[in-house]
Design a binder for this molecule. Structure first.
Ligand SMILES: [Zn+2]
Ligand SMILES: [Zn+2]
Length: 221
């Protein structure tokens, strides 16, 4: 059954190649049953149909299998890892798989970035609103540290009285108040405050909508 009105033009293109037209190693990379997993530091392990496990280093094009070791070929394991990365099923060599501390979804992040997915990351300079006080803040740093592990004053960020209702595993976001202190004081010199991620929301609303909401802000807390 066809539904031409629901079929974008791209659906007519095969997503996998016609493997009969590929060189044998490339075809096997597509069709053979292989399990691949990231080991970190740009290395992967591939377990093939024979249950033999081989280690792949994608960046240096290295595999421990005989096909690569003795024949110097770009073997099916190297090719399979590249296909899995392109398909979004394995992290690229400079990425790692994480469970996002904010939303709990599995995601790939750069090895130097915190375990917070792209959708949840507050990048430096983002304007956010404190859900408790309705104050505007500017993000200085999205950390990968849990609120119940970061010490402030007498306890952790999670213990702070106005933070207890937020998940204790929330990643901490460092912010400054843009409108306090001398107006010419650079953000990086201002006092920073630690917030649990869920307490902050991106500031999307236009100025007029914010002012209209302010009188009711206290009654909703
Ligand atoms: Zn190999
Ligand atoms: Zn997330």
């Amino acid at each position: 059954m066809t539904h031409p009105e629901h079929s974008p033009a791209s659906s007519a293109v095969a997503l996998a190649p016609d493997t009969r037209r590929l060189p044998p190693r490339a075809a096997r990379a597509w069709t053979e049953k292989m399990r691949a997993r990231a080991l970190g530091n740009g290395k992967y392990v591939v377990v093939g149909q024979s249950e033999s496990a081989y280690e792949v280093d994608l960046q240096s094009g290295w595999c421990t299998c005989p096909d690569h070791q003795y024949r110097g070929e770009r073997c099916k394991h190297l090719r399979r890892v590249a296909l899995e990365i392109t398909g979004g099923r394995l992290p690229a060599p400079d990425h790692r798989a994480v469970t996002c501390l904010a939303c709990g979804r599995r995601s790939f992040v750069h090895t130097e970035e915190p375990a917070v997915c792209e959708a949840c990351q507050f990048t430096p300079g983002t304007t956010v609103r404190d859900r408790e006080t309705d104050d505007l803040l500017v993000v200085v740093e999205q950390t990968g540290d849990r609120a119940d592990c970061v010490l402030i004053d007498d306890g952790t960020v999670a213990d702070y009285p106005t933070n207890v209702g937020y998940p204790h595993g929330d990643p901490v976001v460092m912010c400054v108040y843009p409108f306090s202190g001398p107006s010419d004081e650079p953000f990086e010199q201002r006092r920073q405050y630690a917030f649990p991620h869920s307490r902050l929301e991106r500031e999307w609303r236009p100025q007029s909508a914010r002012q209209a909401r302010l009188p009711n802000a206290t009654s909703s807390q």
